[in-house]
Design a protein around this ligand. Structure first.
Ligand SMILES: [Zn+2]
Length: 139
């Protein structure tokens, strides 16, 4: 790891001297002050020239949409027993939202991202099964 970081510093120094690239010294992710011209943060290895805002926003959406997908999946599965049309409606909504929730959960940069990936995956699976079985219940 030390050799890797040293060689990275060597290359970032080279880029700095040849291209005169302007790199911010304060890490956009963790706020650590780094040496001038460094490409990766000393503390968290974030690339210094990439802003950190976009993925945080995705995380806020994942916190909302992954649990909703999970709930939609549960509702559509429960409705299978007495109201198959409801399973098709809620399962269809879970399928539409689930794909989106799964993708933003995967892009989410945080330790708890696996919780939201699991919630949206389970919700997506339940929605899909209930959606198909709901049509079966109508026949
Ligand atoms: Zn950092």
């Amino acid at each position: 790891m030390y050799i890797f970081k040293t060689s990275l510093r060597y290359f970032s120094d080279k880029i700095k001297s040849t291209n005169k690239m302007v790199v911010p010294m304060i890490c956009p992710k963790c706020g650590t002050e780094n040496e001038e011209g460094i490409l990766f943060c000393e503390n968290c290895d974030w690339r210094m020239d990439i802003p950190y805002v976009a993925k945080k926003e995705g995380g806020e959406k994942a916190k909302i949409f992954a649990p909703i997908t999970f709930v939609l999946g549960i509702i559509s599965a429960v409705l299978l027993y007495f109201f198959p049309v409801g399973s098709i409606v809620f399962g269809g909504a879970g399928l539409l939202l689930g794909g989106y929730a799964f993708n933003i959960s995967r892009a989410y940069e945080a330790k708890e991202k696996n919780i939201f990936i699991a919630l949206s995956a389970i919700g997506l699976l339940l929605s899909m099964i209930s959606f198909i079985m709901g049509f079966g219940g109508l026949l």
